[in-house]
Design a binder for this molecule. Sequence first.
Ligand code: PLP
Length: 359
Amino acid sequence: MQDFTVFDSRQARHARLTDLRSDTVTRPTPGMYQRMQDAPIGDDGLDGDPSVRALEEAVAAMLGKEAGLYVPTCTMANLLAVLAHTQRHQQVVLEANAHMFTTERGGSLLAGLAYTPVEGESGAMDLTRLETAIRPGAYRIPVGLIAMETSHNSAGGAVLPLAHMQDVNALAQKAGVPVHVDGARLMNAAAALSVPASEITQHTDSVSLCLSKGLSAPMGAVLAASRSTIGLARGYRKVLGGTQRQTGIVAAAGLEALQTMCARLVDDHAKARLLSERLNAIGAPLQASRPQTNIVQVQIGDTGMTSHQWVDALETHGVLTRPWGERMLRCVTHRHIDDADIEHAAAAFARVFEQRVSA
Ligand SMILES: Cc1ncc(COP(=O)(O)O)c(C=O)c1O
């Protein structure tokens, strides 16, 4: 369903282009453009921007935190949380496949920290290993922060059980260590659990929320935490060059996203389930995960093709996916994917599979 202008040369080559690479490809809604047009603005680096302030307050209230801080990306929100919670030469302990570890740990070089991965399952750290990792000892580097991620990108959009988050938080409190949650897709987790987001974030000291993924805002994320943590993060945001000026223009789109896009995420989850069913109907060795949210991982198994070859072959049929390692593809559903796109994608997978068999 293309309800937007696509500036993509691929569009011209295919009667239908189904873009399952990421929910980050979502475009602003007409309502967002209107809010941007009408947004009251100021200088956010000088005496404040009213639209930014409104967004920060709305996110903080929704997540049960004292304050919020608008930043350009979720990567920056996570890094600011790390900087605000820790001292140099401490450890950040986090799940081994978390985005903060696999993709963002370069930030540790700037922060002078060691990032310690803890193995687990479905994005949830093994609690025994976590307990061992944070145990103080004469030769140990002090732990400054524990981080979780929900929904979990590399675990196929898995949602952390609330009981697990409570257990992690209890261990952290016992050790006197704060907890951060990378909530790039927090609202997907809340939708999947059918709970207000604050029920998830009660188990964390700080949380980042991305507005530009399934929520469809053009950019931006908000870090929510206590007033003192946000005060520190605000200072570090300046250091990193993340303080912007009339940024209320895009914050207004973020506010519209928050108010209008959360409830519809269940539709993306239903589309992901449909895609999974259709792909599993093709049969072995293709195997699609049973998604809790909007991410389907497709094991290509012994198809004689690498994930990169699959991605290229699917693209010739107008279906865009991403390789996730050598043996897996990632497909993400979002606002621009409808039932016909799912059938289109399933047919493309089946066609590539048949062509491979008959080759
Ligand atoms: C779980 C998770 N955290 C953080 C990020 C980083 O978001 P951004 O691209 O806004 O920096 C991503 C991006 O895909 C993500 O999936």
